[in-house]
Design a protein around this ligand. Sequence first.
Ligand code: 6PG
Length: 245
Amino acid sequence: MAEINTFSTAEELAYSAAHWFVTLAQQVLAEQGTFRVALAGGSTPRALYTLLATEQFAAHIDWQHVSIFWGDERCVASDHAESNYRMAYETLLAHVPIPTDNIHRMQGELEPDQAAERYETVLRSHIAPQPNTSQVGLDLILLGMGDDGHTASLFPGTTALQEQQRWVVPNFVEKLGVWRITLTPVFINNATNILFFVAGANKAERLRQVLHAPYQPDVLPSQIIKPRHGHLVWMVDTAAASRLS
Ligand code: 6PG
């Protein structure tokens, strides 16, 4: 059963998530000496990333040993308004002392197949099995949820939902008429910690379905996120949670 934490406002949600992020980062850095995290795109995480960049939070993370990845990317250049990399760079990464070599951008400007292959190579070169298990995954993956139930770029009815081997795939999203690059469910579910971060009344009905409706990941892709060995946490505001019993 996933852990669901509800917060009265989007601001309180962002503050609590920032505290949670720092606490986890400190714990993992103390245990492993590195903290490898995949960031979510979209708009909801902006508030969280902006807070993490402030002295109140940034000063408590040893950024020299943090490695940043992405859960998905749009097939655009890194300076495009739609770029998930650009959003995270502008709100967080430009403001903290993280080595540029520790920032691993999905190259959305490349052909989708090539971008996915290259990113899988990057991931495989940076992720060794955890010392105490054969677990091969990230320490934390941040995820948002769209009002259609998608997460990362795992959209309803798309082929990426069926991938069983690869960690990163190109994914054509019919309803948007665009290609995306996305981590696959099989890789996401290898993570030690997964945080879903959801805000807004427009997500309420879909969140209720994802959490309480029968398992149908092709329709509700966020349901496919079930970490094999890791810990799944939802942090949502009361508006998004308004349809939950
Ligand atoms: C993306 C994101 C995507 C996002 C959801 C929710 O590239 O858009 O990775 O999965 O998390 O679409 O987006 P909002 O937070 O903007 O509602």
